[in-house]
Design a protein around this ligand. Structure first.
Ligand code: HEC
Ligand code: HEC
Ligand code: HEC
Ligand code: HEC
Ligand code: HEC
Ligand code: HEC
Ligand code: HEC
Ligand code: HEC
Ligand code: HEC
Ligand code: HEC
Length: 320
């Protein structure tokens, strides 16, 4: 089996005096590190093999051997030569193993329900992932709310669900109920269909943009896909240049086209009805008093069809 091969790595590990990684981790082994006994005592004698003697029958645990973390010749990974294997993440497990399991005895557990505080869990991950994943982590809403890396990441699963569009939604909406509700509305981005993930628009580890968006602004994010609305247009419609979400709800809506409200009501949140054909029964209306037509179907956009902006020389009123 796979971990038997790894037994060899453990022997090498022991022969090398356990390598720099263990020395660096030693202070976390608490009392053992401070005593005259060398720090390694707090670690299990045989690395992963010790753990697997008890946990090896649990396929949810051994799934990790089919992930990138278990690559035996990755010098930066937990299972590379000199790596602490299971204990690189879980911390020294000697006492836990000696006690026949049970209490964590100075080890770490992970995830939202873990006894180990999120900040301590995350520090272990960040020890290896400072440069890539966690660039903006420290200033993110997730870090500020003590969300653990392992609340999103499932490291023992051969396929971490949060890394795949089709399964990511479930992970995110386990906490974000409001977005889950939105996704079920008739108009939505094809997320529940598994074709698009939250990370099409959001950086899960944080970003300098509002709402952790992947681009600097809402509009840059939207027009990275919807390029036809990027502009500039000869005749701009001010709210479109400013913020797509003044009319659209990114996560889902009961109105068509992800609109917040149906026209004319959408338009009338900003434009006064008075003096314009849009109000019902205006005798002076452009259509000679039967202006109720303006309020039907597309309402305003029956005439003002170029609501995102116009490049027509006579498109000032966004009608062509
Ligand atoms: C003598 C058997 C034994 C050995 C050896 C052992 N464990 Fe355990 N471990 C257990 C038992 C029993 C539990 C508590 C029941 C459970 O949650 O599975 C446990 C619990 C855990 C938990 C907490 C699980 C949870 O639900 O939060 C972790 C993490 C863990 N062990 C990791 C390790 C690691 C890493 C090693 C090797 C350093 C190791 N164990 C060695 C028996 C053992
Ligand atoms: C001992 C160093 C080390 C520790 C500790 C560590 N990782 Fe990793 N991690 C790696 C390496 C090396 C890779 C492989 C990078 C690559 O080649 O893409 C990796 C890959 C990953 C990946 C990408 C997996 C994939 O399939 O693409 C995720 C997600 C990840 N780590 C999260 C975590 C989290 C969360 C923690 C803390 C619970 C953690 N890591 C702890 C070294 C580490
Ligand atoms: C809110 C959920 C969430 C949290 C919390 C989270 N991640 Fe991730 N992580 C993701 C997603 C989603 C991806 C895939 C990135 C993508 O598709 O843009 C990812 C990708 C990664 C990768 C592989 C890609 C890369 O950039 O190399 C690593 C490594 C990683 N995360 C580590 C971490 C670490 C370390 C932490 C904690 C400090 C953490 N993650 C916290 C959701 C999360
Ligand atoms: C890269 C970091 C990392 C390594 C290496 C690692 N684990 Fe884990 N372990 C985690 C995280 C994170 C969790 C929380 C659940 C998850 O992400 O799948 C966890 C969960 C567990 C659990 C609890 C499982 C449960 O939910 O009931 C046990 C037991 C465990 N690990 C044992 C081990 C053993 C044994 C090894 C070595 C073969 C090991 N771990 C290697 C990070 C790691
Ligand atoms: C363990 C729970 C949890 C999970 C899982 C989770 N989040 Fe969050 N998220 C939070 C908390 C807590 C906050 C901060 C409070 C709030 O805004 O609700 C937050 C905030 C956010 C914000 C607002 C950021 C801001 O600056 O206003 C976004 C966007 C976000 N999360 C996206 C995601 C995405 C995408 C995923 C999946 C990849 C995800 N979250 C997974 C708990 C979670
Ligand atoms: C099409 C782009 C897009 C996608 C896909 C997307 N979001 Fe958002 N999200 C946004 C925008 C834009 C905002 C900021 C404006 C707003 O709040 O409506 C936002 C805001 C948020 C917020 C903060 C809300 C608040 O009230 O502060 C959370 C949380 C969030 N999104 C979670 C998610 C989750 C979870 C997913 C996946 C199920 C997701 N988003 C998918 C564009 C997107
Ligand atoms: C990653 C690419 C991507 C990003 C980013 C993106 N969209 Fe979309 N958008 C799509 C796809 C794909 C569809 C579905 C098209 C289809 O079904 O034909 C869509 C559909 C729409 C629709 C029509 C929905 C309907 O029910 O007819 C609107 C409105 C929309 N997006 C607005 C936005 C806004 C606003 C943003 C920014 C917050 C945004 N999109 C960001 C890819 C994206
Ligand atoms: C002033 C309100 C308003 C703003 C702001 C706005 N839109 Fe729209 N959008 C609409 C209306 C109204 C429709 C429905 C048009 C229709 O049915 O012909 C629509 C439809 C769409 C559609 C679907 C088109 C289709 O063919 O189904 C997309 C995609 C879209 N908008 C993207 C955007 C993007 C991207 C932005 C920001 C750059 C934006 N919108 C800003 C009002 C707006
Ligand atoms: C968030 C506020 C807002 C919403 C919603 C909105 N608009 Fe506008 N609209 C503006 C602003 C601001 C201007 C620029 C007014 C100016 O330059 O005097 C404008 C300009 C216009 C113009 C051009 C007027 C001119 O003389 O240049 C038309 C036509 C128009 N809007 C139609 C609509 C329609 C139709 C809708 C609904 C689909 C709509 N607007 C929704 C804010 C809004
Ligand atoms: C029957 C066609 C029609 C409908 C329906 C219609 N409009 Fe107009 N609208 C016009 C015409 C024609 C003008 C004048 C264009 C010009 O001056 O070149 C105009 C002008 C405007 C202007 C420019 C400022 C002004 O008052 O001159 C705004 C803003 C506007 N309409 C908003 C709306 C809104 C909001 C609705 C829906 C409530 C709406 N329109 C419905 C035909 C229509």
């Amino acid at each position: 089996m796979q971990w038997l091969r790894r037994g060899t790595a453990v022997v090498v590990l022991l022969a090398c005096g356990l390598g720099p990684a263990r020395a660096a981790d030693a202070p976390q082994s608490g009392a053992a590190a401070a005593s005259s006994t060398p720090a390694p005592a707090a670690y299990s004698a045989q690395g992963a093999d010790t753990c697997l003697a008890c946990h090896g029958g649990d396929t949810t645990v051994t799934g990790i051997f089919r992930t990138k973390h278990a690559r035996p010749n990755d010098p930066n990974g937990p299972f590379g030569h000199g790596g602490l294997q299971c204990e690189a993440c879980h911390g020294p497990g000697g006492a836990h193993a000696a006690a026949g399991g049970g209490p964590l005895a100075g080890m770490r557990d992970f995830g939202p329900k873990a006894l180990t505080p999120a900040s301590q869990q995350n520090a272990v991950c960040l020890g290896c992932h400072q440069s890539n994943a966690a660039h903006d982590w420290a200033s993110s809403a997730h870090a500020a709310s003590n969300v653990a890396c392992a609340s999103c990441h499932d490291l023992h699963k051969p396929k971490d669900p949060v890394l795949t569009a089709a399964t990511q939604i479930e992970v995110c909406t386990s906490c974000h109920q409001a977005q889950h509700t939105d996704l079920l509305k008739p108009s939505h981005h094809p997320m529940s269909e598994g074709k698009m993930a939250c990370t099409a628009c959001h950086s899960p580890h944080g970003s300098t943009a509002p709402a952790q968006l992947v681009r600097n602004t809402v509009n840059e994010t939207c027009t990275s896909c919807h390029a036809e609305y990027r502009g500039p247009f000869l005749w701009e419609h001010q709210p479109v240049t400013e913020d797509c979400t003044s009319c659209h709800q990114p996560h889902g809506s009961v109105q068509p086209a992800l609109l917040k409200l149906r026209p004319p009501f959408l338009c009338q949140t900003c434009h006064e009805g008075a003096g314009h054909p849009s109000i019902a029964n205006t005798p002076q209306g452009l259509a000679g008093g039967t202006s109720s037509a303006y309020l039907l179907a597309g309402g305003c956009i029956n005439c003002h069809s170029q609501v995102h902006g116009s490049n027509n020389p006579s498109g000032r009123a966004l009608m062509r």
